[in-house]
Design a protein around this ligand. Sequence first.
Ligand code: FMN
Length: 323
Amino acid sequence: MSIEQKYPLYLAPMEDVTDPAFRLLCKRFGADRVYTEFVNADALVRNIKSTERKLIIHNNERPVAIQIYGREPDSMAQAAQIVEQAKPDYIDINFGCPVKKVAGKGAGAGLLRDIPKLLEITRAVVNAVKIPVTVKTRLGWDDSQKIIVDLAERLQDCGIHELAIHGRTRSQMYSGEADWTLIGEVKNNPRMHIPIIGNGDITTPEKTKDYFNRYGVDAIMIGRATFGHPWIFEEIKHYLSTDELLPQHSMQWQIDILKEHVEKSIEWCGDERKGIVHSRRHFAASPVFKRLFDFKQTRIAMLRAETKNELFQIMDSVVEKYG
Ligand SMILES: Cc1cc2nc3c(=O)[nH]c(=O)nc-3n(C[C@H](O)[C@H](O)[C@H](O)COP(=O)(O)O)c2cc1C
């Protein structure tokens, strides 16, 4: 069995992050599946142009999942049919978003407080389309309601193809450490037969391998650790197949990838300043700069840069100094 089949690695859906430019970069470095950011079902049904743009996918990023969120079965089913026309490999339903503007309105993780509706939405989406439907969710609403083991069975009964679980509750938002024990319990439940994807706090090749072995999941999904570090997929894959860490790429190589990402973001946004702002979180979080002793000043200077020339000059000076 190849490493891809044994240990698939997915790029997690992330709002404002997993646009086509970033997905293609992650794909190039070995991501076995990529996800769009979540797409609002109501906005799709209302033909909002800026939302429809989120459905743009390219053949060379496949397999790709388009993720939708909403709070009504009808609009979610209609949105799923619109999404199906964009021909993704999967439609993913978001039952995990914890932010107030989503969960507070009864969508995303908000549905973890209304399981009958969550299941109704799932069934409506599964019945509305021919392509496989997957779900991404959390352990439950809060500490007193970690319902995922039971919920996973019920979602499976709705006909979903796979289930991704982020090892936190809604109340935790992104705090504390992701708890994978319940993800492992879902996976080891003899009644479960669909693939289970584990997610939460995967940051290194060693942790990835350890968690694959410890929890037995069918795939692992990586989010924040990809910021400014799309080649993390290559590093993890190398470790999974050799048990050795890949030697670090040169500073020049890493900066070239970050620059390429900035260029692609500018292209995607159709505007230099917007593209720079859009890719800021990547160079702010990239491990490339975290290792520098004057990291703080460099980071501030990069975050202040308004033009590509300004930004690239700072990046080039890093290569000159440390490369
Ligand atoms: C900036 C940001 C945006 C996110 N947007 C989405 C989203 O659109 N859909 C979704 O299911 N999860 C979203 N998430 C959650 C991630 O997919 C993932 O579950 C979470 O970050 C935990 O994984 P990690 O520890 O590997 O980052 C987002 C997370 C971040 C940090």
